[in-house]
Design a protein around this ligand. Structure first.
Ligand SMILES: [Zn+2]
Length: 330
């Protein structure tokens, strides 16, 4: 078996950001929305730089409007995950985009997403869990509404709470109230830090929001004292190397610090973030890691183990997924 065929665990993927371009084109055609400017001649998403990426992302996701759209989106995204032999995936969902932060509207969107996830689990064996996320640049008050949405729907499917959005806006600590609400509801916590922000943003996240995982966190490498603290505390990084290279956080794969972080004892995992926007898949992430750092099957098995241990699911689910890792052909 080749390394790219190994079963995989993914912990960091934005549902809208994983929308296959063909799916978005189809939806745009049905809704008579003109999105021709955001695709290249091969039908992939096209953008010049990070700011242009945000514009294209917003345009692509603007056609996702109803719970039924999200039902179809979830199926389309999970089909792509299955094609990469992902057996367990955690997806960030934004109640701000699914009902504008209103709890009742969110529940309708969530039911549609869960229906698709349940079907895909029955049909293809992939297990999905959901992490509602607040959007940092919408501010702390809107984040409280998001936390309330998460709180009201916590259960077997909604298991975590997180924050994405523009890292330059405000501080992690501004969102303490929302994260405290989520923690008290029994949700497990992650936040984006150390991607565009430096090591101090990772420190802030751990101290002020008491998260157990960090989305990205790779720029911790600029402060080796912090790297050692992360290793000591067992904080898990959701590393998305293909995303970081595509958006220019690092110029090339060989500049990416994932191997250094791992060698120094940090618990690293690998995910795609917004895969079609970066022309990546979980297969291509594994392939590039093997190619760049010489990682072998045992390294990827260890990576999966770390990810499964850090997964925001109950132990019965964890044990069931562990079996899928042992018997990839089952
Ligand atoms: Zn992300």
């Amino acid at each position: 078996m080749s390394i790219t065929d190994l079963p995989k665990i993914e912990l960091h993927m934005h549902l809208e950001g994983a929308a296959p371009p063909a799916f978005i084109r189809g939806l745009a055609a049905e809704k008579k929305a003109d999105l021709s400017g955001i695709f290249d001649e091969r039908g992939a998403y096209k953008y010049k730089d990070f700011w242009d990426f945000l514009r294209v992302y917003e345009a692509a996701t603007s056609v996702l409007k109803t719970p039924q759209d999200y039902y179809r989106l979830t199926r389309a995204v999970l089909e792509e995950s299955v094609a990469s032999n992902v057996v367990y995936t955690e997806s960030f969902l934004a109640p701000d985009f699914c009902g504008g932060g209103d709890v009742a509207a969110w529940a309708d969107y969530l039911a549609a997403i869960k229906q698709a996830a349940d079907e895909m689990e029955r049909e293809a064996g992939i297990v999905m869990r959901a992490i509602p996320t607040c959007v940092r640049h919408f501010g702390p008050d809107q984040a409280k509404k998001t936390a309330q949405c998460a709180q009201e729907t916590v259960g077997d499917f909604v298991t975590g709470f997180g924050m994405g959005g523009d890292e330059a806006m405000g501080k992690q600590g501004d969102f303490k109230y929302a994260f405290d609400m989520a923690r008290e509801a029994g949700l497990r916590l992650t936040t984006h830090a150390g991607e565009w922000g430096g090591p101090e943003s990772v420190r802030d996240a751990i101290r002020d929001l008491k998260v157990e995982r960090i989305g990205h966190g790779v720029r911790a490498i600029e402060d080796l004292g912090l790297v050692d603290e992360l290793a000591e505390a067992g904080v898990v990084l959701e590393v998305c190397p293909g995303s970081n290279v595509a958006l220019g956080v690092y110029a090339k794969w060989s500049d990416h610090p994932i191997a250094k972080l791992r060698e120094r004892g940090v618990k690293v995992t690998v995910s795609t973030d917004d895969p079609p926007f970066f022309h990546s898949t979980m297969r291509s992430e594994f392939d590039n890691l093997a190619e760049t750092f010489g990682w072998e099957e045992a390294d990827f098995v260890a990576l999966n183990t770390t990810a499964l241990d850090a997964a925001f699911c109950d132990n019965a689910t964890r044990e069931a997924v562990a079996k899928k890792l042992e018997t990839p052909d089952a």
